[in-house]
Every structure is written in C-alpha cells, then in structure tokens.
Design a protein. Structure first.
Ligand code: PLP
Ligand code: PLP
Lengths: 159, 391, 391, 159
C-alpha cells in the first residue's frame, strides 16, 4: 500500500515528474467553470479552470497552484485524469484515485489529493451554477467550506 | 550533480579531525567511565579532560558543565528542573514567542501543570525587548528563558540586558545557546546567565551529545535519574566517544573562530545581496547585523517553501524552510508569525545556512539556480497572478 | 601485561563491524533526518531501516520502538510517563528491591510526589515472586516494573508470569531489558510486556543510544519535548550514526545468538566452578540456571571488594564489585542486601562478566591470578583472623 | 593540592605501593595497646597493635585492615609514620598528615585517613587505660563512637 516503503524518497517518481513538469498549468479565459479551494493560511491554494463544451465534455482544463510539491503534482495529475472526460465522469474522481495515480503520497500529504478533488468539484459547481445544471454528486458540496484537511491527516502520523 | 549543503543550522557534518579523536573510544578505550579499573579510569580521565577543554572555552568551571544527549534534553532539563525546584517560590515563567520547540513545548506542558507562562512578543526583526521582559516580571516569576540566537532567522538576542534584569530581580535566567556555540564568543565569567544549553552536532560534533551549563549554586533536580554519573546529576553510562568529539569540535571552533566568522559573514552578505538583486518581491528576515554569521533567511512572496526546497534539492542544494524540526509538518513557522509576517509571505520562506565547508562557488551556484526556480513556481501560483494583475 | 576485560555487563566494546556501519553517518551521510532534502531523507530512511532491523528481532512493530539516549532515559521515560499519564487512575507502583538505580531513583522521586511504591523483596537467589506481585496489587496500582535480568547477580526474573498478572489486573507492565537484549531471545509478540527498555552499549553498540518499546495503545507523555522527531514522542536531532550502530549490534547479536549463549555459558560455568574449587569461603550469588549467560558473581568472605578490584586491575583484569554505576561509591550494593547477604560478605563481592571477546585463556588467567589475591587480602583482614581463630 | 589532577589513576604511586606492599601487617601478641575502629557495615575495619616500652616509645606497631585499597594504604603509612615515635608524638598524627604522606587521596576516600588516625588513637586509648596514663589529646575520644565518616565526605563529591 505504502509505495514509499523501502525508498528514501519522500515522493514517488510520478509525483516528482508532475511537480517538475506539471501538465496543464495556466488559465483559461472566459472559462465555463472556475473553482478555487484552500487558503493561504494552510499553505495550499488550487484553482482550476474548465473549458466545457455543449456535450458536457471537459475539452480543456488548466490549473494554478500555490502549495507544496504534492499539491502541484496532485493538481497536475487530476487535470490529466479528467481532461476529455464528461463532467459526470469527472465528478467520480476521488482523492484516492489521485493518490493512486501518483503512485502514493506520504500520509501528511494526502490532504493535497483531497484539495485536487475539491478544486475540480468547485470548478464544476461554478459551471453548474452558471449553466443551470444539476448533478447529484454536488449535493451538499460547499466550495467555500474551507475545512482544515490537515486535522484529519495529522492523526495518521509520519514515520 | 553538484551537491551544495546549506543547512548548517539544522546539523553539521562531523569534521574529520573530530571523528578521528572519537574512533578509539568505540573499540579500544571503551571502558565504562564509572568503573574502577584502568580502562574505566582512563575513560573518565579523558572525559573530564574533554569537559575541561570545553569549559576553558566557555570560561566556566568544569563542575558547572553537565553532558546531555543534546540541546533538547538540556532545554528540557533546565526548564523543567527550575520549575520544579522553585515551585514553592512562584509559578511564573517568562519566555519569548520565538524559542525553539524544545523550550516552547516544555513551557506549554508546564502551563498544563499550573504554571503561568508569558510568551513575549518580538519586534519585526525578531528581537525580544529587555524592557518587556522587565515589565512581565511579577513576584511569582521564577525563571526567564530567552534564546541566544534564533535558529530560524538568525537574530542574536540581547541576553546580557535580559540577564542583568533577571539578576536584579533574583530570577533564574536560562538561555538556549545551541546556535550560538562556535558562532559567538561565549564568556560565562562575564555573562549574567545561570543555565545555558548546547548541542554538539551544530558545531561539527556528533549528534546525540549536548551539555547544560549550570552556574554554581543553582539547584537543579535531575531529569534523568539513576546511576551516579555526571556527579549524580545526569544518569546513564557516559557517551565518552561523543563527549570527546564534542570537545574536539569546540576546540576547532574556537581555534579558528575569527576566521570562521569573517568568512561566513562575507559569504552570507554576498548571498543575501545576490538574492535581493536577482529576485523581486524578496524579503530578508531578521536583523542584518545582529545575526548568526551563517544565516540567510528570505521569504519569496506568492510561493510555498516546500516546493522551493524540492526544486533546490533537484539541483543538489539542501536548504530548509523554517526550523529543521518543524519542516516535517510545514505549518507556517511560529517564528515568522511572531515577527509579524502574513501567511502568504511566511509560507514562502527559505533558510540557507552556510558553514565551514561552504565555498564561494557554492554561493555562485545557488545564486544561479535559485532565480529561475522562484520564477517558475511563481508562474504556477494563483497568488502571483492576482498580485501582478492588480498592479 | 595481559589485559582481560571481564566487565561486559558494565559496557561492551563496539564491534568493528558496528563501527564500520556507523562511520559514514558522521561525515558523509550526516543529514538531519527531519529534513526534506535528499541527504536528510536518506538519513531518515536508514534510521527507519535500522528501527525495523531491531523490531524484526524483537517481533514488534517499528511504530512501537522509540530511540533514546540509553537505558536510563528509557527507564525514566517509561516510569515517569506512566505515572503521569495514569495519575488519575491511581498512585501505586510495584517494583522490586533489586532494580537498577534508573528505576529505583525514579520511584523514590515519585514517592516524594505523592506516589506509593511497593519495593518487593526477592528471595535468596534474587527472584521476585509473582505471587508477591499479585498480593501487592491494590485498586490504586497503575504500574508494575520488574527487570528482565538483574545487572549485578544475573538472575533472570519471571517476567512472563508477572506480566500475565499485570495484564489480568489491567496494570501497565514495564521491564528493564537492558541486560537481556542479546542474551535472551525477546519476542514481544508473545511477552505480556507493555514497555521495555534497551541500551546499545551492552550489546557491542555505541554508548549514548537506547530504545524504549511502547506497546501500541499505551499512552505515554514525552520526557524530552520539542521537535517532532520519533513521531513526536522524543525530541532531539536523531543520532543516526548511533542508531545504525545499534541496529547492526542487534543484528550481530541475534545472528549468532545460540553460539554466543553456548560459548558464554560454558566459560561462565568453568569460571564459577574453578573459583569455588580454588577459593574457600566463596559464595555464588544468584541462580545457577536462570542466569545471564555471561554473569559470574561471587562473594569472598572477610575481604572488601575494591581491594579485590585493585589487585585484579594490577594484573590487567577488569571486573566490578556491584553495579558499575554504584562502584564509585562502594556502598554495599542494594541488590546484595536484598538477597539477604550480611555486610561482611556483601562487601567482598566480585562481578566478572564475560562476553564475545572472552577466551578460554582469559578464564585460565583469572583462575590463576585470583586465588593468591584473595589469600593475600584475607591474611591482612582482622575478620579473617577472627573467623579462623573461632574455628 | 589534588595530586590526581592530570592523571588517570585513582590512586597515587605511594598509595599503590602501600597497598601492594603494606608495611607492618600483622598482630602483636600481648600488645600494650590494641584498638579497632570502623565496622563491617561501612566496609572498613582497622585494627592496630602497639608495643610500647617504658619510655612510652612505640617500639613496634602492626595492623590488620578489612577495607578498600586506600584503607589498607592509610593503615600501612600511619604505622610507618609513628613507629619509633613517642606516644605523645604519635597522638599528634592527623588524618591530613596521612593523606599528605600518601601523596593525596581521592575525596571519597579521605575517610580512610580519618580511620587510620582513629585506629591509632583507639590503640593508645587502650594502652592509656591499661597503664593508667592520661593524655589531654585523648580527652573526649570515644573509640566506640563509630561515626559514619562517609557522610562528611559525600558532600565533597567526586569529579
Ligand atoms: C539493568 C540496567 N538498566 C539500566 C541501565 C542504564 O543504561 P544506560 O547506561 O544505557 O543508561 C543499565 C546499565 O548501566 C543496566 O544494567
Ligand atoms: C535553538 C535550538 N535549540 C535546541 C535545539 C535542539 O538540539 P538537539 O537537536 O541537539 O536536541 C536546536 C536544534 O535542533 C536548536 O536550533
């Protein structure tokens, strides 16, 4: 499970690759959806821009992230995963998928994958609002909730 | 790839001469220093000689220095010990907001046990104001603990003034001098300090060895009880190899003291100036003069420290963001908060600390590598975009 | 002159293989294990690997072992920590009269702080009676601490029975296994033990390193607070070299375990029998079977231990009289008093502890040197004269 | 003052010499004076025998000691110092002289020199009683006092 075992790297090769060469960095002008989660206090902010066509397909996606290496890598890989997918499919993205796609994250960094999931949801939420769409997956989702995901994580501890 | 170590305030390599002095004590001269036979007495003799080598440099009596397992133990012992010994006199402790966690966490624990702790504010450069110390004193105050040099931003605190105030009010004064040893002259015959903490691995000695200076006459209950080692004040079979290494490290530090300080300050200044020149929106933390000779601490707006560290690491450069102890959690550092930095800028902090193996080439290399790294990260940052958009 | 070291229970030399594994961590791989850059992560990785090497031998999880500065710190931490954590549940602690001072002195301090401590008697061989443990339990009992092997007379205590009683009554059980590591198989997946103390320098590892096993689920407040090292439970920059050396030492101990034990027991028995045969009025302390494989403890009537040690030292033989920690004061040992020896005989105690570098020739040499020494001292003693006169 | 400084020996050469080759070990039959001080509990017992002639000169002296190396050495050197002296002169012996004659003793061992002084006094006391002599130096001296000299010493500490 823990891909880091037996390595002296903090991050997997995949994380380092996405940190060093992040895919889909940037902005989209007049994006159909834009979402931002996190805050400066916690040290991570992720913003995601979506270009969504009439068929509800994510034609393009861009991100900007202020945060640690894993926050950048998580943003990058999340954009790769959902690019070209339908909004409905993109809503299925879980933080666990992000972690797995990265080949694992250290326990204290798992919250970055949660942020990526939330940033995507927030962008879709924005799109849904703008275009009058309803997705059951967004029920109860509050893009401004601003949980301190760190709490949850600290318990796991780091070895 | 080129490797440039710039985290000397976190830990230092053991110097070759230090290691060479240590080695015989592992395999040949391994006797228990508390034993009566020759090899034991020899170990004891050489340990006492090591103690004297150190106390000669610190200008105190050998009977005033007790070896510990490091700076953290020394801090814990000093503070918990004085709190316990003087509990009947009062329950108030004065410290600052920028102490090392080995001081702060102990104070927090003592608060839970009924002590009152005043955590003094510092100014924008990280200075504790001696007047604020005096103003905080009550008739319950039993201990003042303020560090000599801050490990994060390198500020040298006015411990002489603070110590004199403590003395005037007959309050015990402890200072964590872990970052000061080898980087400042320390003359305990002059300094108004009652207890002082040290750690060997910050001065090219081994990890797991430190010391606590306890001025003659100060009563301090044991933290680690058991055997009669260290004149009954710190139990545990003595780490003779480590202690001898510590002494050699201190000898080397003070034999070459002026040279060391001059070299470091020159390189430090070149590095700071170079970064300010080449990277916009950069802020130097701490005071530019009353500063650890090897400490460079800067904050780069709009980006986050760990991503800077990772990027530097990929170029072979080792630095830190906040104290080495806290960088695991990457919470915004309590020191940077205390000097009044906003979260945005505090998160973008980088500490580069240089030392005796740092070369001018290393400085050049960092000055070459760092600007594009900062630029790249900023271009990924939503904060940068906002800020630049607003201009 | 021939040098014969027979004080392995006081401390051991670091084995060459151990030292070789340690050396790179002083000068090259010196990174701070809490740092984020490669050398730091490497240090952390190798430290965690070292932890796992040890916990694999002890059959516990790596998360259950915390490194300390030695056995004394481990004992202090365990006992003070449990006392503090469970104070609201009760104030009674059960221990034995023959514990190491790192246990006894902590218990005495706790008594001053309002704890009740029962110091159990032992029988003539030094055994703690599990029934006496059970009988001592009250509804206030929060901790039982009984050592695994006594450092002085070598008796192996019935910790399984004691631990089962503790468990039955839901009382935390700590055992000081400093002398047991490497000399007994230790299987923490089977042993009913909640906390166990270890020290590296008793198993051919370096001084100044130890460990505390803390069973998952046991709450233990920190003794040394500060940085987030050791999963926030033991602050202080990690002594990576020492920890790696400890792991190598434990590996060597258990790789060659059966061989080591067999060799030692054979030599031990030859030495005991030889002394009994050649020196009248000699008494073996402790049990002849449930015994540390390398421990020879005898009392020679009518004479005093230090003069024996000095005489031996002049012949190049290193032994001890009572625990190494107490031999500085030469008070009659609390262990020998506890097994019921009179002062006359207790003062004449000699501990010879053998280890992996002891040879058959060493045994011969001691058997040759010791009888005339005892004879000479007895002929100077007024007690011998009296006793012989009375016969 | 402390002759041990700068040496890694616990005892001086003189102590070791007197420990290894103690002078005047033994007993004197029908001694004019015999004194014993110390006790098994403390781990030191010293017994001194005196042969004193009509001129109150110590013609011979012997000792037996149960104790540590310095106890044996202190007994030995004390006998050497007083042998041939008058009783009056012998009564001037102080523990300090014993320490000095030995070239110093470690602080924790100073009590052995006290014992030697006391053992000699006890033997002279016995002689005085037997022969009806009075010595002002013995005023208040109680050979059975049995102080625990250790107490006094512990304070000095050992470094
Ligand atoms: C049984 C026992 N416990 C604890 C200790 C203390 O260990 P350390 O010297 O590593 O502090 C020792 C040895 O000195 C010992 O033999
Ligand atoms: C100012 C200060 N105090 C205390 C410590 C703790 O020292 P050690 O790691 O030796 O326990 C450190 C370094 O970690 C430090 O920089």
């Amino acid at each position: 499970m823990n891909k880091r075992k037996g390595q002296n790297k903090m991050y997997t090769e995949i994380v380092m690759d996405h940190f060093t060469n992040p895919r889909n960095v940037g902005e989209i002008e007049n994006a159909e959806g834009m979402g931002e989660v996190g805050n400066v206090k916690c040290g991570d902010i992720m913003r995601i821009y979506l270009r969504i066509n009439a068929d509800e397909i994510i034609e393009d996606i861009k991100f900007k992230t202020f945060g640690c290496g894993s926050a950048i890598a998580a943003s990058s890989i999340a954009t790769v995963i959902v690019k070209g997918k339908s909004v409905k499919d993109a809503l299925q993205l879980t933080n666990k998928q992000v972690v797995d796609a990265l080949g694992g994250l250290p326990p204290v960094k798992v919250h970055c994958s949660v942020l990526a999931e939330q940033a995507l949801k927030a962008a879709i939420y924005d799109y849904a609002k703008k275009f009058g769409k309803e997705y059951p997956e967004l029920e109860g989702f509050d893009p401004d909730a601003d949980d301190d995901h760190h709490d949850l994580i600290e318990e796991i501890g780091e070895f | 790839m080129r490797q440039v170590y710039m985290d000397y305030s976190a830990t230092t390599p053991v110097k070759e001469e230090v290691l060479q002095e240590m080695i015989p004590y592992f395999t040949e001269k391994f006797g228990n220093a508390s034993s009566i036979y020759s090899t034991g007495r020899q170990a004891k003799h050489e340990m006492d000689a090591a103690r004297k080598r150190i106390t000669d440099r610190l200008h105190c009596a050998p009977e005033e220095l007790y070896f510990t397992s490091g700076g953290s133990e020394a801090d814990n012992w000093a503070i918990k010990g004085i709190a316990k010994a003087r509990r009947s006199k009062g329950n108030h402790i004065i410290t600052s907001k920028i102490e090392h966690h080995a001081v702060l966490h102990v104070c927090e624990t003592l608060e839970k046990e009924g002590f009152d702790v005043t955590y003094l504010d510092v100014d924008a450069k990280g200075f504790v104001d001696p007047k604020a110390v005096e103003a905080a004193i009550t008739d319950q105050t039993i201990l003042i603990t303020v560090m000599y040099i801050n490990n994060e931003i390198g500020t040298i605190e006015p411990i002489v003034e603070i110590g004199e105030i403590a003395r005037k009010h007959q309050i015990v004064f402890h200072t964590d001098a872990v970052q000061a040893l080898g980087n400042l002259p320390i003359d305990l015959s002059q300094l108004p300090v009652d207890l002082m903490s040290f750690s060997a691995h910050k001065v090219y000695g081994p990890k797991g060895v430190g010391a606590l200076y306890v001025r003659k006459g100060i009563r301090l209950p044991n933290l680690i009880e058991g055997g009669a080692q260290e004149r009954r004040r710190r139990a545990g079979t003595e780490n003779v190899a480590g202690i001898v290494g510590f002494a050699k490290a201190v000898d080397l530090a003070y034999d070459h003291f002026d040279e060391h300080v001059e070299r470091l300050i020159a390189m430090r200044e070149r590095l700071i100036e170079g970064l300010l020149d080449s990277i916009p929106d950069t802020r130097v933390s701490g005071d530019r003069k009353q500063r650890h000779p090897g400490n460079v601490h800067v904050c780069f707006k709009y980006i986050e420290g760990e991503s800077i560290l990772l990027s530097l690491d990929m170029m072979g450069i080792a630095g830190s963001s906040g104290s080495a102890c806290t960088s695991g959690s990457l919470d915004p550092s309590h020191v940077l908060m205390a000097i009044g930095l906003g979260h945005d800028i505090a998160h973008g902090s980088l500490r580069l600390t240089i030392g005796d193996f740092t070369t001018e080439d290393d400085i050049d290399y960092v000055l070459e590598q760092l600007p594009p790294i900062i630029d790249r990260l900023r271009r990924m940052s939503p904060l940068y975009e906002q800020a630049k958009g607003a201009e």
